[in-house]
Design a protein around this ligand. Structure first.
Ligand SMILES: Nc1nc2c(ncn2[C@@H]2O[C@H](COP(=O)(O)OP(=O)(O)OP(=O)(O)O)[C@@H](O)[C@H]2O)c(=O)[nH]1
Ligand SMILES: [Mg+2]
Length: 434
């Protein structure tokens, strides 16, 4: 039986064999497009789909009906059929109508990279916040595509279409779209509730006197591995795309004695659906409140430069591109060609080379982190009465101490305070100069 794409969403195991299609227009894009198609294969593999064939298609300009020209499209449909595929998967974004046209023409389920990513997120979501965020993103993706889903349900029901059926379908579509809109509103409300709870947690954390660094980067770069290597965090590490969807926070003591909170969060990918970025904005807010950002990149992949650009793009979209960033080139244990090491040095001169797996370079990284905090710090002169010794301990944890004098009335401190501590130390600032 031919499964409809509706079933791909509800039960990815119902389609099993994918035929991948990549599209490009300029010859010089070929390498990147090839790498993207391989990545698409890893994505569909994560969903449990076997790749039975693939095709790269060069087009002069996008065809509004099928993205690629009709002749080539029919050829691909035939190739997919011959390869035994039950779903054609485009690396390129397909508009709802292009998708519908393809499904009609090929008689196979047809999906795009965005839908694959959404499905992976859906199957990896564990907490209620992640689940709600994914459901919301999916609902927004589905809304303009209801017609297609209807077509499939319709075909399965064994009806043949025709004028009468279409009228019935339009009515159904109206009902469906109202139901989806209601669902979107409901999800949004539930998400607001969950978020409020998280806000409380975050506020509690913010009261702790620790600076924060957010670990970001492309999916599978080794962000969770790095957090584990640095802090024994025990975060799930998997050779799987989007293993982490929820932020984990761990504490680390830096060489200067300062404590810092490290947050690990959802990875990025090229062509990340905008609805997902929107939905995960609150998760990504961990990045917004951070003192600085640690970008982890997989040094061993040929796609490194491109992935780095993608990471920067996403940071821009969530409004933190200006934040100081420390770049970490991970998986250096896999890079043994000295010429390549040299190239990386030249291309990313300010980065630190590490291997989370072997533990190489972690001391350097910790030193650089301490340096980042210092560079981002301001000098404050504080006075804290003896009755508030708890405040002195807090200051000691969150700031580096330059000078400390114990007098009869209290403690006089000169400290370097990282950005996240400014509002806290401000209230203990010495007003008159002695
Ligand atoms: N060879 C090698 N492999 C590593 C290293 N660090 C991580 N890995 C592997 O890379 C894969 C992904 O690691 P994760 O830590 O889950 O990556 P992540 O960036 O958290 O991935 P997502 O949460 O999916 O975005 C795992 O198979 C790790 O074992 C490293 O330094 N060297
Ligand atoms: Mg992870």
């Amino acid at each position: 039986m031919k499964n409809g794409a509706a079933l791909v969403k509800e039960d990815p195991t119902r389609v099993e064999r994918g035929f991948l299609v990549g599209v490009y227009s300029k010859a010089e894009e070929l390498n990147v497009v090839r790498e993207l198609l391989q990545e698409l294969g890893e994505l569909t593999d994560t969903l449990g789909l076997e790749t039975v064939g693939s095709e790269l298609v060069r087009i002069r300009e996008p065809n509004p009906r099928l993205l690629i020209g009709k002749g080539k499209a029919e050829e691909i449909a035939r190739l997919a059929e011959e390869a035994g595929a039950d779903v054609i998967i485009f690396d390129e974004f397909l508009s709802p109508s292009q998708q519908r046209n393809w499904e009609e023409m090929s008689n196979l389920a047809v999906i795009d990279r965005q839908e694959v990513i959404l499905d992976i997120f859906a199957s990896n979501a564990r907490t209620s916040e992640a689940t709600l965020q994914v459901q919301l993103a999916k609902a927004n993706y589905d809304l303009p595509r209801l017609k297609r889903r209807w077509t499939h349900l319709h075909r399965q029901a064994g009806t043949t279409g025709g004028m009468g059926a279409r009228g019935e379908g339009e009515q159904q579509l109206e009902l469906d779209s109202r139901a989806v809109r209601r669902n979107i509103a409901k999800l949004q409300r539930q998400l607001d509730d969950v978020r409020q709870h998280r806000e409380v947690q975050r506020a509690r954390r913010m009261r702790k006197p620790f600076p924060v660094a957010a670990i970001v980067g492309y999916t599978n770069a080794g962000k969770s591995s790095l957090l584990n290597a640095l802090t024994d965090a025990g975060v799930l590490v998997e050779d799987k795309l989007f293993a982490t969807l929820d932020p984990t926070v761990r504490r680390l003591k830096l060489p200067g004695g300062q404590d810092i909170l490290l947050t690990d969060t959802v990875g990025f990918i090229r062509k990340l659906p905008h609805t997902l970025i929107e939905a995960f904005k609150s998760t990504l807010e961990e990045t917004v409140i951070a003192d600085f950002i640690i970008e982890v990149a997989d040094a061993s992949t040929p796609g490194l430069d491109d992935r780095h650009d993608t990471t920067m793009d996403v940071l821009k979209q969530i409004g933190v591109a200006e934040k100081p960033t420390l770049m970490v080139l991970n998986k250096m244990d896999l890079v043994d060609d000295p010429v390549e090491v040299n190239r990386l040095r030249g291309r990313y001169p300010d980065s630190v080379f590490v291997s989370a797996r072997r533990g190489d370079g972690l001391d350097d990284l910790a030193r650089l982190m301490a340096g980042m905090l210092d560079a981002e710090s301001r000098e404050y002169s504080l006075f804290i009465p003896h009755s508030r010794h708890d405040i002195v301990s807090k200051v000691r944890l969150g700031c580096s101490i330059i000078d400390e004098r114990h007098e009869a009335d209290g403690v006089y401190l000169v400290v370097m305070a990282p950005r996240s501590q400014w509002s806290f130390v401000e209230s203990w600032r010495r007003t008159e100069v002695v």
